[in-house]
Design a protein around this ligand. Structure first.
Ligand code: GLC
Length: 517
């Protein structure tokens, strides 16, 4: 019997709930919409789904501003819908993970509202990061922010309240940071974890997992980012996840936690992934790498050397879709999609688990021409439109038909869908064996067949030009990031290729799985 725990080599599909499927017809995706599409996900061949936040929220950051951690926002459904979704997902053989947002709440959260109403120095304020401002630097100067920290979304990380104190928000002002040195906050989140575990969830994706603890005294930041910063990856954050792990391990079955951890190095990332801590953390290194065999090879080597339970991811709801990223700088308009398909074979051939983002199986591009009035991301709003923000990868999925909303729901879609997505719908692609959807289905089915039969280690095979070849037991994966064709490595049989092969040659922007038996 295969003793590998399910999460170690799982393929997890990220559902951006607002944009997946809308059953209620109000233009926003919902839990009932997901439930209706579980057969699609089971056929696709993924092992688990991760739902982005569906909790009551004013939606200042698409739900990553949570006002109540133990309920469902009416726009997404009810707790009863959630329970039905868990039951049905399990019946379809799919595990279900939810997003937990512990770094900050919404400013509409009752705790923050109480903190605003309470005086400085009160217990209510101590649940968040309230501080006095810096004394004026000179006569006539205003009191300054408590330190020089900047919000990830632009502008200062501090907002002043009427009595003159300031509160910290590493993201939008509507997302005040919790004080994780306060035991009440820690207890509250252990209870929230239990609330969802009791409802049958298989795990959590932890939002901004490296941010919870800030350096004592909140010193100014220097030029360093991520690992060198007083805001991120402080050593004490690991104690929190040790506590969380004890809760997860106290439940039947295998319940898991994956951290959203942005770091500078695989070593730093590895510190989160320990037997008594998180099961996994996202490894964003590949997603940050350009289309280059040298870059991919370094990412793979660094990851496999440092991280015990590796993960791979090419796209998510925060970054430009990889089809579009890989196409940038190429004169060939088909390069982006060809490369995106090739990268999938690389990712799925590696040991560890893979995270897919909804719509990549359809080869969706980033939508770059959303009208400004449609955009909702705080990144766009806070930069006064200078930065496009992340709405372009969040456009609702095209399911069927020839015109918007392409079967997403009966009531339009909260972000407009392009007029030329008819050929990208699930309906159209399911009927076409050469489509990206059919390719994803084949790749995921093959990966499932190979599961448990391949070693955890890979071996590099010498490759010409800007190509990369690696072997994992009887599977060889070859990716050609160069401009011209390269000769395929030795093999018996081609299992799958991301695009047409040219006899014994692997064309540019193409990957292949080969076997010698
Ligand atoms: C994470 C989420 C992102 C959100 C941010 C603040 O990075 O993935 O969407 O805006 O945290 O919660």
């Amino acid at each position: 019997m295969d003793e590998t725990p399910w999460w170690r080599d799982a393929v997890v599909y990220e559902i951006y709930v607002r944009s997946f499927a809308d059953a209620s017809g109000d233009g926003t995706g919902d839990l009932a919409g997901i439930r209706g599409r579980l057969p699609y996900l089971a056929d696709l061949g993924v092992d688990a789904i991760w739902l982005t936040p569906f909790y009551p929220s004013p939606m200042a950051d698409g739900g990553y501003d949570v006002a109540d951690y133990r309920d469902v926002d009416p726009v997404f459904g009810s707790l009863a819908d959630f329970d039905d979704l868990v039951t049905d997902a399990h019946a379809h053989g799919l595990r279900l993970m939810v997003d937990i947002v512990p770094n900050h709440s919404s400013s509409a959260h009752p705790w923050f509202q109480k903190a605003l109403a309470a005086p400085r120095g009160s217990q209510e304020r101590d649940r968040y990061m309230f501080r006095d401002g810096r004394a004026p630097l000179g006569p006539g100067e205003a009191e300054g922010e408590p330190n020089n920290w900047l919000s990830t979304f632009g502008g200062p990380a501090w907002t002043r309240v009427p009595d003159g104190q300031w509160y910290l928000h590493l993201f939008a002002p509507e997302q005040p940071d919790f004080n994780w040195r306060n035991p009440e906050v820690r207890e509250e989140f252990l209870d929230i974890l239990r609330f969802w575990l009791d409802r049958g969830v298989d795990g959590f994706r932890i939002d901004v997992a490296m941010g919870l603890i800030k350096a004592e005294g909140l010193p100014d930041t220097g030029p360093g980012f991520r690992s060198a910063s007083p805001m991120w990856s402080r050593p004490e954050v690991h104690d929190i996840y040790r506590e969380w792990r004890r809760v997860l391990d106290s439940y039947p079955g295998t319940r898991v936690a994956i951290g959203e951890v942005w770091t500078d190095s695989a070593e730093d990332l590895a510190r989160y992934v320990r037997p008594d801590e998180l099961h996994q953390s996202f490894n964003f290194a590949w997603l940050e790498a350009p289309w280059s065999a040298t870059a991919f090879r370094k990412v793979i080597d660094d990851t496999l050397r440092a991280v015990a339970a590796p993960t791979w991811v090419l796209s998510n709801h925060d970054v430009v879709r990889h089809r579009t990223r890989y196409g940038e700088g190429s004169l060939d308009p088909s390069a982006g999609l060809a490369r995106a398909r090739a990268a999938l074979l690389g990712m799925l051939a590696l040991p560890g688990s893979a995270y897919l983002y909804q719509g990549e199986e359809l080869g969706l591009p980033e939508v770059t021409d959303l009208p400004p009035q449609a955009r909702q991301d705080p990144v766009f709003k806070r930069s006064n439109g200078e930065l496009p923000g992340r709405d372009g990868c969040r456009v609702p999925l095209p399911w069927s038909g020839t015109a918007p909303p392409y079967g997403f729901g009966d009531g339009g879609s909260w972000l407009p869908q392009p007029d030329d997505w008819a050929e990208l719908t699930v309906e159209r692609q399911a009927a076409d064996t050469s489509s990206t959807l059919s390719f994803y289905r084949r790749a995921l089915a093959l990966r499932r067949d190979l599961r448990g039969t391949l070693p955890d280690a890979i071996e590099w095979v010498p490759a010409p030009g800007d190509a990369l070849f690696f072997r994992r037991g009887r599977l060889t994966c070859a990716i050609n990031c160069g401009e011209g064709p390269v000769r395929l490595p030795p093999h018996e049989r081609v299992l799958l290729s991301s695009g047409p092969l040219d006899g014994v040659d692997l064309p540019a922007d193409t990957a292949v799985w080969l076997t010698d038996r």
